[in-house]
Every structure is written in C-alpha cells, then in structure tokens.
Design a protein around this ligand. Structure first.
Ligand code: DAK
Length: 257
C-alpha cells in the first residue's frame, strides 16, 4: 500500500509512524486510519521491529476525526462504513506502541493516544474530547478508555464541557507518562523505545497483554493468567540467555525466541 497520510521509518529496532496531514492538523480521515492500521500490522509482523512509536508534529498529534468527512454523512452512511472495525484492530497490536504527542490531541486524536501503551507528551499538548461541541459524543473509546484511566468525575468534566486539559494536568491523572519540553518529546520517546527494544521481545509482548488483562479479569483469574504467561516465558530461548548472561556477568543478546 502506498501511503499518502503517514510516513514510516525505523531505527535500532524501533518502527516510527508519523501522521502526516499537517495542513488540517492530522485530522483522521478514513484513508489515514486505513494506512495507519496497515502499517501497524506490518510492523507487528516484522521481526526486526520490537517497539513502535506513533507521532504527529509539534502543532498537532491529531485534532480528531476529519469533520469534513463526517459533516455530510448520515447515521446510516457512518454505520455502513463501519470505519471503526479497522480502528479496533489497533488494540490487537502485540508490540508496545509509544505515543509521542504534542499540540492538539483532540477527539479521535485523544482516542488514538489512549490506544498507545505509553505516552510521552510535550508541555504544549492540549488533550480532550470536544465532540459534545459538535453535537455528538466520542465513538472510539472516549467514554470508556478515558473513564478507566482518569476516573468517572474527571472523565465527565472533560466529556461534558468538551474543554481540553493541559499536558501537566493529564500527567496528574495518569493519562500520559511524562511531560517534557516541546523540543524534547520526540527524542524522549525514541530513547524510551530503544530501551524497551533491548528487552526480550517475547517477554515484552506477554507483559503488555497481561497488563491489559488486569483491567478485564477478576483478580484470581488475572493471577492465573499471569502465572501461565510466566510458565510460557520459562520455555523461551531468551530466558536461558537472560539467566546465563547474568551468571556470566555479560550483557544478554535477546533474539525473540
Ligand atoms: N477535521 C477537519 N479539519 C480540521 C479539524 C478536524 N477535526 N481540525 C482542524 N481542522 C482544520 C481547520 O478546518 C483548518 O483548515 P483550513 O481552514 O486551514 O482549511 C486547519 O485544520 C487549521 O485549523 P484552525 O485554523 O481551526 O486552527 P486553530 O489553531 O485556530 O484551532 C483547533 C485549532 C484544533 C482548536 C480547531 O481546529 C478545532 O477546534 N478543530 C476541531 C477539533 C475537534 O472538534 N475535534 C473532534 C472531531 S470529532 C466515530 C468514532 C469517533 C469519531 C467519529 C466517529 N464512529 C465510531 C463512527 C471521532 C470524532 C471526532 O474526533
């Protein structure tokens, strides 16, 4: 697939996807989402990629779904498009996705950020769900994922006013992991991605999955899931390498097997 609205690069085991529709603040049209999911799935299959960075530009990560595309569409048109079937595939990506966000992170942009596993934000980021101001509501996780992260009260304040919060406030509520000056957010994300890319890839993916199970399963079932995942990793080559390297006082060389 030739891409028009994203650009793609890689560096030291890190795949980098940049949303690239700057004139309209990376508004997420159908084609952009198709391109993004296509590339995420390719990177997920690529053994040379261990961690994925998803970013935009300093002015906007993404200002939401493309309003031009939605404005004339009827409810039935939008339902028939089933456009969020493709969106839902983002949550099936098994490698960690690090969001490097700056500027406008609104509506579908905020929902996309919440699909990232770790988020590094620039001090200039403004994050929110303004859909109510357009007479609608979030449709891609804005009431569900946001509430799970920030709690009902803060979610209701954000969703009912449509007003964005600053990066600093987002940090306080655990919506982002770190806030750094705008000149540094991308490098900070890259540094973190490279650090995680050094870890044993199977363990990274199994841990990611187990953490999300914590939100869905009762504690005892979650503990069982964790234990079985732990046994699975004991069967990996990288477990032998990790423990052997420790005993030999050298750096491990993880292969993903
Ligand atoms: N869509 C289309 N164009 C957009 C856009 C958007 N979301 N956001 C900005 N733009 C365009 C502007 O129209 C403008 O285009 P030109 O006039 O230059 O042609 C250009 O980007 C620059 O924007 P501004 O001139 O407005 O720049 P400002 O700095 O003055 O303001 C702003 C920046 C981000 C505060 C403002 O642009 C703004 O309020 N944008 C809209 C933000 C918004 O309401 N986002 C939520 C969109 S609704 C669904 C699931 C989910 C969704 C939909 C369906 N289903 C399950 C079916 C999601 C919905 C949404 O995200």
């Amino acid at each position: 697939m030739a891409y028009e609205y994203i650009s793609v690069a890689s560096e030291d085991g890190v795949g980098i996807i940049t949303l690239n529709r700057p004139k309209i603040l990376n508004a997420l049209n159908l084609q952009l989402v198709d391109e993004l999911v296509d590339q995420l799935e390719q990177m997920d299959r690529d053994p040379d990629i261990r961690v994925i960075i998803l970013t935009g530009n300093a002015r906007a990560f993404a200002a939401g779904a493309d309003i031009n595309e939605m404005a004339e569409a009827s409810a039935i048109d939008i339902m028939k498009r089933n456009q969020f079937a493709v969106w839902d595939r983002i949550s099936l990506i098994s490698k960690p996705i690090i969001g490097a966000v700056s500027g406008f992170v609104l509506g579908g942009g905020c929902e996309l950020m919440m699909n990232c596993d770790i988020v590094i934000a620039s001090e200039t980021a403004v994050i929110g769900q303004p859909e109510i101001k357009l007479g609608v509501m979030p449709g891609a996780g804005g009431t569900q994922r946001l509430t799970r992260v920030v709690g009902e009260r803060k979610a209701l304040e954000m969703l009912l006013t449509g007003e964005p919060i600053s990066a600093k406030e987002a940090l306080k509520y655990g919506l982002v992991n770190r806030v750094v000056p705008v000149e540094a957010y991308y490098q900070e994300a890259l540094k973190l991605a490279k650090q995680i890319a050094q870890q044993p890839p199977l363990a990274v993916q199994v841990i990611k999955k187990a953490v999300y199970k914590a939100g869905d399963l009762p504690l005892q079932e979650g503990m069982d899931y964790e234990r079985n995942s732990f046994y699975l990793l004991l069967a990996s080559e990288d477990r032998k390498e990790g423990m052997q390297a420790f005993l030999e006082k050298r750096k491990p060389r993880f292969t993903g097997n």
